[in-house]
Ligand binder design. Structure first.
Ligand code: 5AD
Ligand code: SF4
Length: 462
């Protein structure tokens, strides 16, 4: 049988540069999928690309400046390629910076061909065609009512090289409007995919060898997708349905919001063996005053209580979080309250950030911005405390047997790397053919950000 697309479509090279969260990693893979029928195939070197997509993130500081500096480099590469006789390289800017700064991008970098927001990726082929026809700019930054996922193909193998652990976006957007955050403006309102479309993608992933699924969403535990009966299904219901798919042994989800934690989600951690004992639940601050100013909708004690209930259901669950230091108005006492919360909970890991203003968010216009030097000092203190807790959590596993999903070769010959249920990378000596298996590993010692262990059994511990 001949492949018609290969004979009629000229092959072109696509290079996608991805910044930011796992949802962007997932979206980049979907953009590659959607452009494949047009003859685009991914290449690793930008110099060889006929089209480049910058999939941008707006959450970190100076995000916009990084995009413009990358665009400057691309302009130069395009000129070099033209001088070598290649066709004009198509330059597209996608993601949250595109959503937030679409007009500014075209104004400051008029050589950009396409600007597209995160809700419009399924329309990319049409935009490429329009850009080629018109020779002008195509800007698509609206929030269409059609859910992009229902129009994006997922024909290709999942994005991880080993095809064992893959991301699956189930929910997008956020209605929470935390004072400091751009996401509600760039990703739009919360919306969930239907159960059927998620199950069909997950089955396809399982057929490609995926054993571990990480469900993604800005507010993943706000998930409420339609099921086959037209009723609304929540995250624990979805997890139960996914865990029945043959081959799917492990399920994770990120990122959750304390306000959307339900007892049934907590119970699922007790009842569903496939649901891994790891919870990333950002709290941002331990001070009720700051939590209120942040518009988080919960208190520090409510957060403590949620964690207590998770631990009652699943005592070994690893707790991870995000913290911001130096939110406008944060005093020394507020910061002390954050340290007290961290000491009370005992985190397995956490991400810590210095507050940085995002134009258009309420906190950026607030009085009492905290001095940069104070923020720096607080960040150091909080990071030291978290590091000590992470070391303690990892250290407590030494001598214990854990189930490890082996996912890829290690750096040294004879080594294989996998993940513990608690998300830590675990390095063992084992033959390569064991990749893809879940085995029992005894933890021997800790490394900076991983664990070293030895293979105990080729099956998992009961
Ligand atoms: N300043 C600092 N950190 C921020 N985050 C989001 N917006 C900001 C900001 N303006 C952090 C939050 C969030 C994580 C993804 O990024 O902690 O949970
Ligand atoms: Fe941003 Fe808050 Fe929504 Fe998280 S919950 S995405 S921090 S607005």
């Amino acid at each position: 049988m001949t492949d018609n697309t290969a004979t009629t479509t000229k092959l072109k090279n696509l290079h996608v540069i991805t910044w930011g969260c796992q949802m962007n990693v997932y979206d980049s893979a979907r953009m590659e999928d959607v452009l494949r029928p047009l003859g685009y195939r991914p290449v690793s070197q930008v110099e060889h690309a006929d089209m480049v997509i910058l999939n941008t993130c707006h959450i970190r500081e100076r995000a916009t400046e990084k995009v413009f500096s990358e665009l400057g480099l691309l302009k130069k590469i395009r000129e070099d390629r033209l001088a070598q006789g290649h066709e004009r390289m198509v330059i597209a800017v996608a993601g949250c910076v595109a959503q937030a700064e679409g007009a500014e991008i075209i104004q400051r970098a008029p050589y950009v061909d396409i600007v597209l927001g995160p809700q419009t990726y399924h329309r990319l082929p049409e935009m490429v065609a329009r850009a080629a026809r018109a020779g002008g700019h195509v800007i698509e930054t609206d929030f269409p009512v059609d859910m992009k996922f229902d129009f994006l193909p997922t024909e290709a193998a999942p994005q991880t090289p080993e095809n064992l652990s893959a991301f699956l976006t189930i929910q997008e957007g956020c209605d929470k409007f935390c004072s400091f955050c751009v996401v509600p403006y760039t990703r739009g309102a919360e919306s969930s995919r239907s159960v059927a479309s998620i199950l069909s993608e997950a089955r396809q992933m399982a057929r490609h060898g995926v054993r571990e699924l990480t469900l993604l969403g800005q507010n993943v535990n706000a998930y409420h997708g339609l099921d086959a009966q037209g009723a609304s299904a929540d995250l624990p219901q979805l997890v139960r349905a996914l865990s029945r798919i043959e081959g799917i042994a492990r399920i994770r989800y990120t990122t959750s919001h304390p306000r959307d934690v339900t007892q049934s989600l907590i119970d699922a951690h007790r009842d569903e063996a496939a649901l891994m004992p790891f919870l990333h639940l950002p709290v941002q601050s331990g001070s009720d005053r700051v939590l209120k100013a942040m518009n988080r909708g919960h208190t520090a004690d409510e957060y403590r209580d949620i964690i207590r209930r998770f631990r009652a259901a699943r005592p070994d669950i690893a707790i991870s979080s995000d913290f911001i230091v130096g939110h406008p108005g944060e005093t020394d006492d507020d910061f002390e309250a954050t340290l007290a919360l961290i000491r009370d909970i005992g985190f397995a890991q956490a991400y810590t950030f210095k507050y940085s203003p995002r134009p258009g968010t309420p906190a950026s216009a607030a009085d009492f911005q905290v001095d940069e030097a104070v923020k720096d000092a607080r960040l150091q203190i909080v990071q030291k405390l978290i590091r000590a807790q992470q070391d303690a959590f990892n250290g407590a596993l030494v001598g214990r047997d854990v189930a490890v999903l082996l996912t890829h070769k290690g750096r040294k010959p004879g080594q294989v790397v996998g993940r513990s249920p608690y998300q830590q990378p675990v390095i063992i000596d084992a033959p390569e053919h064991m990749i893809g298996r879940i085995v029992t590993v005894r933890i021997l010692h800790t490394l900076t950000n991983s664990l070293a262990g030895e293979l105990i059994r080729e099956t998992i511990c009961a």
